[in-house]
Design a protein around this ligand. Structure first.
Ligand code: ADE
Ligand code: ZN
Length: 350
């Protein structure tokens, strides 16, 4: 699954951005609420008769100066407060998927945080139906396959996660997997052992944020206690050689988000990002945008800026795109199809 043997032709560094933009790819780590652009926040606030604590779009954008994950989450959850009706959720996801098409994203798996909405009195049905309809329309409108992963917020209790799961069960067929997100440090994966075990019994695919700001121990427990199939972020794994070996041996994908890590001060500069080391160690890493409206770039910006800053090569580009399809939750036939398209894109890139 990881580094490919596909022979990537010598591609001049100045042509890399074009290749990165044009190659088909999957996005596996993006929070749909994190795609709410300030303009859309203002438009939805107006449509829903809500008053924002910012006078104008630029004032809101100016507040996007984060020092760590929590400083971002406070603004992110407040922004999601403009979402009230099914059409709001549809419009948000449709806007992201239209943008994804521009970035030649062939497949997207969208995280959503239902507790952010149900806590405000919005019904689970409203959230799921709006997002799901946008995912279905993306296939016909943009040729993108899209699915939904429901995240439990780890700053709330496991009991609340169980209640959320219960509310989601009528929509089971519209949700491919479950994840774990929100403030990491102090909220270890093992707090959610029983609810993840139940989700596993129910046939959900499992992922969790771990090792974004938190220690390697959280990645171990996401793997061994929650039994997740992918780790979201996971960049702190480099601090633990035994963990690195485990990730390589078991081909555990990491959904890495370079611009997010930069904006949330996980790495001081993009040039310091360890994506290249993770890939060269044989880890199945992918590139993702996390919360593109907040972190200064959609998926192709993550690719082009990271490659420019760290000196990754065309071979890395192929590996990253291929990993994104291999690590996705689509069936084997669809994976083969996407990888064929990827190979064709590299073969014809002249
Ligand atoms: N929710 C949205 N973005 C997140 C991130 N980067 N980490 C944890 N929870 C999140
Ligand atoms: Zn995330």
């Amino acid at each position: 699954m990881s580094s490919s043997i596909f022979p990537v032709k010598n591609i001049a560094p100045d042509r890399l951005p074009d290749l990165l933009r044009r190659m088909p790819k999957a996005e596996l780590h993006m929070h749909i609420e994190g795609s709410l652009e300030p303009e859309l926040i203002f438009a939805l606030a107006q449509r829903n008769g809500l008053t924002l604590p910012y006078a104008a779009v630029e004032d809101l954008r100016r507040a996007y100066a984060f020092t760590n994950l929590q400083s971002f989450l406070d603004i992110y959850y407040a922004g999601a407060g403009v979402l009230l009706h099914e059409q709001d959720f549809y419009d948000m996801a449709h806007a992201y998927l239209a943008r994804a098409a521009i970035d030649t994203i062939a497949h997207a798996e969208l995280f959503f945080d239902p507790q952010t909405h149900t806590a405000r009195g919005v019904a689970m049905e409203t959230v799921v139906n709006g997002l799901y309809r946008a995912c279905m329309d993306a296939q016909t409108e943009f040729g993108i396959s899209a699915s939904l992963i429901m995240c439990f917020v780890r700053h709330l209790s496991e009991q609340e996660a169980f209640e959320t799961l219960e509310q989601a069960l009528p929509y089971r067929d519209k949700i491919i997997g479950v994840g774990l997100d929100s403030g990491e440090v102090g909220n270890p994966p093992e707090n959610f052992a029983r609810v993840f075990a139940r989700c596993r019994e129910l046939g959900f695919r499992l992922v969790a944020h771990a090792g974004e700001e938190g220690p390697p121990a959280y990645i171990w427990s996401a793997l061994d206690v929650l039994r997740v199939e992918r780790i979201d972020h996971g960049v702190q794994a480099f601090k633990d050689p035994a963990l690195m070996q485990r990730l390589v041996k078991d081909k555990v994908p990491l959904t890495v988000c370079p611009l997010s890590n930069l904006k949330l001060c996980v790495f001081p500069r993009l040039a310091d990002h360890n994506l290249g080391q993770l890939l060269d160690a044989g880890i199945v890493a992918t590139i993702n945008s996390d919360d593109p409206a907040y972190f200064g770039g959609y998926l192709n910006e993550n690719f082009t800026q990271t490659f420019a800053a760290t000196g990754l090569t065309a071979q890395h580009a192929y590996t990253l795109a291929r990993n994104s399809f291999e690590a996705s939750f689509i069936d084997a036939g669809a994976k083969r199809n996407y990888v064929d398209r990827l190979n064709a894109a590299f073969e014809t890139f002249v």
